[in-house]
Every structure is written in structure tokens, then in C-alpha cells.
Write a protein that binds this ligand. Structure first.
Ligand SMILES: *Cc1c(COP(=O)(O)O)cnc(C)c1O
Length: 367
């Protein structure tokens, strides 16, 4: 029995930078800057600079980031926002929380990202915008989405929860659309020691509105100008994220190295890879492949001590939570096919050479 290879192992990052993380946590405790405060604010400034936008609004998780972004854009009851059918469900929650309706669109058969050639057929008089997702760390066709949006007077928002540091036509994701949302859930490319998120934008009015909304609806304490939320980023998370952000470029380079090696060396014809358009630089948040006998493959890998997952087994339009919207099988065929065939291989920056080689060898040995 060979050693266990986990799909992702966060203990190695903590072991490598333990002292730095501990000092950051100690500083927050010493200053008791627990909710928002100077460490959360410092991280906002650093993250905005990293993305290349004037504003980053730190929040308590990525789902709240999506909710606030939709509110800042003025989305509400009676509105529709187009989102991909193949994403983590929280993309759609951000729309639903405002009282608006997510309208699910299919992905392409090869990039597995939003199919911009099918967007127009989803547009109705109620459509307010497109909320694209850079799924698995692979940027969606932002230029294509923008063109459709401009023709119809719509916004383009980005869900960057899986794509910190990815680029489209040489530009950072998170700085492309009208507004962009990030998650720092443990296991994302940049992660907190708990929950965290951020909304990035160029528009000062959006930033000001979101800052008020996340802070119980007030600009001045105890004077509540509108119904707000408690969506603040914790100081401890801000301090931890400031440490991690310094390592993110190195982690990203390592993810890209491992991802490209899988693409070169996994040559089993039973295994289909995601296509990365030449104008994009993916960051390999999840290394997802497609194959016919997905469940048998996952058992085969588990028997050899390698942990694989499925991201995601049910597309959003077929989730029970959205049964009332009336979608059925066949409405987003590429997303449905992906859900039935997807497997996520182990990939994280601290993976050792022998582990990478073992995953490749097992993939190529699958019959
Ligand atoms: C993780 C994720 C979210 C939600 O972020 P949380 O921080 O877990 O709330 C939203 N969208 C996508 C695509 C995600 O991967």
C-alpha cells in the first residue's frame, strides 16, 4: 500500500510558514483588532494593488461578496442575471439573495467555460447583466461576454473565487468587469484561516455602497441609512491573508508548472483535458479532466491511495433548490455532460515530485 496522496493538503503551507502566521495572529490579538480594523483594512489595500484596481472591499466570505456585488450593481426583484450552469452554487446564490433570478447558460464543449455564443438566447427584457465565472482557474471569454453585454446595455461581473492571479489577454481577472468577487475559503488559491472574501472594482460609488452594506448599513456608527448586513472581514483573516498574499505569486507559478506537466505527460486517450485558449493564463485552482467511467476511475485511484473529487456532480440548473425555475435535462447539455464525467486530480503548490509522477503514472495506467 503506497502513501496517501490527498487532493489538497494545507498542512504543508502552515508547516512552512508557521512562525510568520503565528506572529500575524499575535499582532491582531495584541491590538484586539478583531472585526474589520487595521489588519483587515491593510489587506484590502494590498489585495487591490495585487489585482490592479483602486478598491477591494474585504468581506466575511465569497458568497457575501457575490451578494454585495449584485446589490452594488442595483440588481433586485424582477431582474435576471445570466450565470453559467456549471459553477459552484454560490455564484447563483448571490443573484437569488437580492430577489432576482439567475438564468443558467451552458458552457462550451472544450473550454468548459461560459459559451458566449449562446448568451444572446438567454437575454430577455428583464436581463440586467452577465455574471461570468473563471471556473477551475481558467478565465472565461471576457471579451466575448463584454461584446454581447455592450450590445444590450448589460453589466459584466466576474466570479474570481477560483482564479486569483489568472489573466485574460494579459490583464488580471478581477480588473476586467464592472465588479469582481473573490473567495478566500481554505483551499482556494489564496485562503484565510477560516472564511473570507473580497469585492474588487474601479467605481468608487460601488465601493462606498458595499462598505456601508457590509457594516450594518451605516457610514457613521448607529446611524443606519439602509438595511445592511454584517459581512465584515475579520482582522485575524486579514492578517493571515496579508502573509499569504506574499506567497501567492510563487504558489501560482508552482500550480502552473504542475498543471502543464499533467497536460504534457497524461497521455491516456480515455482522459479528456480542458482546453486553454491562447489569450488566457490559467492558475489551475482545480485540475479537472473528463472521462466516460468517472466513478470507476475515482475508485481505482482511491485503491492506489490517491484522493480525487468531482467538481461538481450536479449542474446548478438541475439542483433541487432551483427546481421551481423549471429547467430540465438537455437545457445545458455541455454542463450536464461535464457533471457526469468530471474528475478532479490532486494539485496543490506543495505537491512533491514523487507524488506528481505517481498521479501521472496511475492516470496513464487506467484501462
Ligand atoms: C468557493 C466559491 C464561491 C463561494 O465562496 P465562499 O467563500 O465559500 O462563500 C463562489 N463561487 C465559486 C466559483 C467558488 O468556487
Amino acid at each position: 500500500m503506497s502513501a496517501q496522496i490527498r487532493r489538497i493538503d494545507l498542512t504543508r503551507d502552515y508547516d512552512a510558514h508557521r512562525q510568520e502566521y503565528q506572529e500575524a495572529i499575535e499582532n491582531v490579538c495584541r491590538d484586539t483588532a478583531f472585526s474589520g480594523g487595521k489588519y483587515a483594512d491593510a489587506f484590502d489595500r494590498e489585495f487591490a494593488a495585487y489585482v490592479g484596481v483602486p478598491y477591494a472591499c474585504g468581506v466575511n466570505n465569497g458568497t457575501s461578496a457575490l451578494h454585495l456585488a449584485m446589490l452594488a450593481l442595483g440588481v433586485g426583484p424582477g431582474d435576471e442575471v445570466i450565470v453559467p450552469a456549471n459553477t459552484y452554487i454560490a455564484t447563483a446564490w448571490g443573484v437569488s439573495y437580492t430577489g432576482a433570478v439567475p438564468v443558467f447558460a451552458d458552457c462550451t464543449a472544450d473550454t468548459w467555460e461560459l459559451d458566449v455564443s449562446r448568451l444572446e438566447e438567454r437575454i430577455t427584457p428583464r436581463t440586467r447583466g452577465i455574471l461570468g465565472v473563471h471556473l477551475y482557474g481558467q478565465p472565461f471569454d471576457y471579451a466575448g461576454a463584454r461584446e454581447v453585454a455592450d450590445r444590450h446595455g448589460l453589466f459584466v461581473a466576474e466570479d474570481c473565487a477560483q482564479a486569483h492571479g489568472a489573466k485574460f489577454q494579459g490583464r488580471n481577472v478581477g480588473a476586467l468587469g464592472d465588479i469582481a468577487c473573490f473567495s478566500f475559503y481554505p483551499g482556494k488559491n489564496l485562503y484565510a484561516f477560516g472564511e473570507g472574501g473580497s469585492v474588487t472594482c474601479r467605481e468608487e460609488a460601488y465601493h462606498r455602497h458595499m462598505t456601508r452594506l457590509k457594516n450594518q448599513g451605516c457610514d457613521v456608527a448607529y446611524y443606519h441609512d439602509e438595511i445592511g448586513y454584517n459581512y465584515r472581514l475579520e482582522g485575524l483573516q486579514g492578517a493571515v491573508l496579508s502573509v499569504s498574499l506574499k506567497y501567492l505569486p510563487g504558489w501560482t507559478a508552482r500550480r502552473q508548472e504542475i498543471g502543464r506537466r499533467y497536460e504534457r505527460e497524461i497521455t491516456n486517450p480515455l482522459i479528456q483535458m480542458q482546453v486553454h485558449p491562447a489569450c488566457t493564463e490559467p492558475v489551475y485552482h482545480l485540475f479537472v479532466v473528463q472521462m466516460e467511467e468517472r466513478d470507476r476511475f475515482i475508485r481505482y485511484m482511491a485503491d492506489q491511495g490517491v484522493e480525487c473529487h468531482r467538481h461538481y456532480p450536479v449542474p446548478c440548473h438541475l439542483q433541487k433548490a432551483y427546481a421551481h425555475l423549471g429547467y430540465g435535462r438537455g437545457d445545458c447539455p455541455n454542463a450536464e455532460r461535464l457533471a457526469e464525467r468530471c474528475v478532479t486530480l490532486p494539485l496543490f503548490p506543495e505537491m512533491r515530485e514523487d507524488e506528481i509522477a505517481r498521479v501521472i503514472e496511475l492516470c496513464n495506467g487506467f484501462r
